[in-house]
Design a protein around this ligand. Structure first.
Ligand SMILES: C[S@@+](CC[C@H](N)C(=O)[O-])C[C@H]1O[C@@H](n2cnc3c(N)ncnc32)[C@H](O)[C@@H]1O
Length: 218
C-alpha cells in the first residue's frame, strides 16, 4: 500500500514471518531413518534458506544430491577489487545449480551477499587469467566474457555455447584486457537508458537467465 514504508499498515506492525520448519513433528520416535537427515535439524528445526525438498537434510547430503544434476554451466568472476557483487553472483549461480564458480585473481572475496549459498557450490580459485584459461581449455569449456566493450555482440540475439564459462568483470574496471583476450567471444546486455553499465551482480543474473532459457529444460 502507498506510504507503507516502515513495516506498518492499517492493522498495526507487520507480524514476523517464521522461515523454515520447527522440530520434526512427533519427536524422536517419529524421526525418519535416512542418513541424509541431520539429527540436529530434526531436533531443533531447520531455519535455513533451502527448498522444501531439502528440509532437515545434512549439508553434505544436499551437495551430493545437487552434484547429480549440475548444469554444464560455469561462472567466473575477476576479483580485481573486493567486489561486493561476487556474493550476489554466487547466490544466483546456486539458483542455477552451476557446475562451478571460479574466482580469478585475489583468493579472498567478499562473501556477504552470498548468504552461505557458496557452501552448496564448488568454488575454485585461479591465481591469474593464464591459469583460468588453461583450466577452461583442459575441460573443453568455452570462455565467454560478459561485458559491454568494443567488439562485443548482444547476448539477446545469438545462442550461447552449452559447455561454457561466463566471465564477469569487477565493478570498477570491468573485464581486464588479458581476460578479454582469453575469451572466445564477448557478449553485452543491450541497454536502452542513459547509464553505461548495470550492476555486475544484475548482469550476471541476466546472463545466467539467458543461458538457462536456451539450455535448461523446464
Ligand atoms: C561496471 S561494469 C564494467 C564497465 C563497463 N565495461 C563500462 O564500459 O563501463 C562491471 C561488470 O558488470 C558487467 N556488466 C555491466 N553492464 C553490462 C552490460 N550491459 N552487458 C554485459 N555485462 C555488463 C560486466 O561483467 C562488467 O565487467
Amino acid at each position: 500500500m502507498d506510504g507503507d514504508i516502515d513495516g506498518e499498515h492499517d492493522g498495526g506492525p507487520t507480524p514476523e514471518r517464521e522461515v523454515g520448519v520447527g522440530p520434526w513433528p512427533g519427536g524422536r520416535e517419529a524421526w525418519p531413518e535416512d542418513e541424509r537427515y541431520d539429527p540436529e535439524l530434526l531436533e531443533h528445526g531447520d531455519r535455513r534458506n533451502v527448498v522444501d525438498g531439502y528440509r532437515y537434510w545434512r549439508l553434505e547430503a544436499i551437495v551430493a544430491d545437487l552434484d547429480t544434476r549440475r548444469a554444464p554451466l560455469h561462472v567466473a568472476i575477476e576479483n580485481l577489487e573486493h567486489d561486493a557483487n561476487i556474493g550476489s553472483i554466487v547466490r544466483t549461480a546456486n539458483a542455477y545449480n552451476v557446475a562451478g564458480v571460479h574466482v580469478v585473481g585475489r583468493r579472498r572475496w567478499n562473501r556477504r551477499g552470498a548468504m552461505v549459498t557458496d557452501r552448496y557450490l564448488h568454488v575454485h580459485h585461479h591465481p591469474d587469467v593464464a591459469a583460468f584459461a588453461a583450466w577452461a581449455e583442459s575441460e573443453g569449456v568455452v570462455v565467454v566474457g560478459i561485458d559491454n566493450v568494443p567488439g562485443s555482440t548482444p547476448i539477446e540475439t545469438f545462442r550461447l555455447p552449452m559447455r561454457t564459462v561466463l566471465v564477469f568483470g569487477s565493478e570498477g574496471p570491468g573485464l581486464s584486457e588479458e581476460m578479454q583476450r582469453a575469451c572466445a567471444e564477448i557478449r553485452h546486455i543491450t541497454q536502452h537508458g542513459s547509464t553505461r553499465s548495470i550492476n555486475a551482480g544484475a548482469a550476471a543474473a541476466v546472463a545466467m537467465f539467458a543461458w538457462a532459457t536456451q539450455h535448461l529444460a523446464r
